[in-house]
Design a protein around this ligand. Structure first.
Ligand SMILES: [Zn+2]
Length: 455
């Protein structure tokens, strides 16, 4: 036990010369990962699993509002002062489909402790709960300069999202909505400017009550600390005000697809824009049960890297069929089920069926012939190398902490990110054992739960 936290497990994270200790806060169940190595660029992060009930962008508005002062630090200017007048190397808040995360990094341990206090108080006691003007500044408000002028809307998030809406972002959310019907995954967590003005201050306050609770929090510490226990003491001080609460995050409205689904969405562009080769097509295989099988999940995850190799059969046949397009393959872990997705960019709506056939045929061929050993070797070597170089770019937030956060929030069991990093050395063995070929046959070839989504 360390300051209210119980150390449950410890594990090596050799790629970054670290050990990782997993703590759980006794009173509330909050998790904490202490990633300890000799890096003096130290990171503190708080992450909350969040959902977007609609397209009003609540998580994003809240992320902005939170950095506008708190009970203990009641200044709307303080965040900017801290950002530009301290030794911090990173300070930000991020909103994604499934979580909101607040990383801060500093070369000074003493200063990081102060910044951690500021971030933690901001998350748990933000001023926006009492001050509607913060909501109006960050979300949206009407403006009328002169009685004869048209009434306009402005607001930080509103303006930001006017610039952020893109076919790239929309196509991904459209695909998620079709892949996981009845869930909130396809909602625009950043906020759709058409819907942001439907957002109320009350909804933002309710959202804070619902999600910003220690039992729904994962905290991270990364780097070399003289006194890491001081950070646990700080968190224990905040967390202990709360009682444990149950958070499940299951999507009760989810109705899994059981047969091939085809859908198209339009995306408005400025008059006169060239729309040739400007569409994006997702072709995804939903894989029920994969989330519960860690080894198979890792095999399919690394399989997408093999398929992404330029020399793969898939890439070769894609280039022949759709020479103007770009192809990318990925594993989708955010959903209630995992999925393997293929994305064609710079293509046309009429290419959807061709794209499906190219993927289906390449998968069937690969299931029959397998991957050549030298191809697997080269992908494995380059991925292991980039894992080893994670520390060389001196950006522990983006290279270590945020990727780990992303895996942690998407997994039922802990250690998914560490397992993934370790699996990079197993790829040649898995290939020799025929596990990739088997996984393609078991999960992808003949799978009827597919979504083909054109935007
Ligand atoms: Zn923003």
């Amino acid at each position: 036990m360390v300051n209210g936290f119980e150390a449950l497990e410890i594990r090596d994270f050799s790629q970054i010369n670290a050990s990782v200790v997993r703590f759980v806060h006794q009173k509330t169940g909050a998790e904490l990962y202490y990633i300890t190595n000799d890096d003096t660029d130290r990171v503190f992060d708080l992450t909350f699993r969040t959902e977007s009930p609609d397209d009003t962008g609540i998580p994003h508005v809240f992320e902005h509002a939170i950095l506008n002062g708190s009970e203990k630090y009641p200044s709307r200017q303080l965040y900017d002062n801290l950002e530009y007048q301290t030794y911090n190397t990173f300070m930000n808040g991020y909103t994604y489909n499934r979580y909101s995360t607040y990383p801060v990094a500093s070369l000074s341990e003493a200063q990081l402790l102060k910044l951690a206090d500021f971030f933690t108080d901001s998350c748990f006691h933000p001023l926006v709960m009492e001050d509607e003007s913060i909501f109006r500044t960050e979300a949206w408000r009407y403006r009328l300069n002169d009685p004869n002028d048209p009434l306009t809307i402005e607001g930080t998030v509103y303006s930001e999202m006017l610039g952020r809406r893109s076919v790239e972002r929309n196509s991904y959310l459209n695909a998620l909505g079709v892949m996981f019907p009845g869930t909130t995954l396809g909602n625009e967590h950043g906020g759709d400017p058409y819907h942001i003005p439907e957002l109320t201050w009350e909804a933002v306050k309710d959202y804070h009550e619902k999600y910003y609770h220690p039992s729904n929090c994962i905290a991270y510490l990364y780097g070399r600390f003289e006194d890491y226990a001081a950070f646990l003491k700080l968190l224990d001080g905040y967390f202990s005000e709360y009682d444990k609460k149950e958070f499940t995050h299951t999507e009760s409205g989810y109705e899994p697809i059981t047969e091939p689904v085809v859908e198209s969405f339009s995306f408005p562009v400025e008059k006169g824009s060239n729309t040739e080769h400007a569409s994006i097509i997702y072709y995804a295989f939903i894989c029920p049960g994969l989330k519960e099988d860690r080894e198979q999940e890792l095999i399919l995850n690394t399989l997408t890297d093999l398929l992404n190799d330029d020399a793969s059969v898939l890439h070769q046949s894609f280039r022949e069929a759709l020479p103007y397009g770009d192809l990318h393959c990925y594993i989708e872990l955010y959903g209630p089920d995992d999925a393997v997705g293929f994305v064609a960019r710079n293509v046309d709506p009429g290419d959807a069926e061709v794209f499906r056939q190219v993927v289906d045929k390449a998968l069937a061929d690969t299931a029959e012939k397998g991957f050549p050993a030298d191809q697997v070797d080269s992908v494995m070597t380059s991925m292991s190398l980039s894992a080893l170089q994670a520390r060389e770019v001196c950006d522990p937030v983006e290279k270590v902490v945020l990727p780990k956060v992303d895996y942690d929030v998407s997994s039922i069991e802990p250690w998914n990110y560490e397992d993934f990093e370790d699996s990079l050395t197993l790829m040649d063995k898995w290939n020799e054992q025929g596990l990739y070929v088997k996984a393609i046959s078991d999960w992808l070839v003949g799978n009827q739960s597919t979504a083909l989504v054109t935007t």
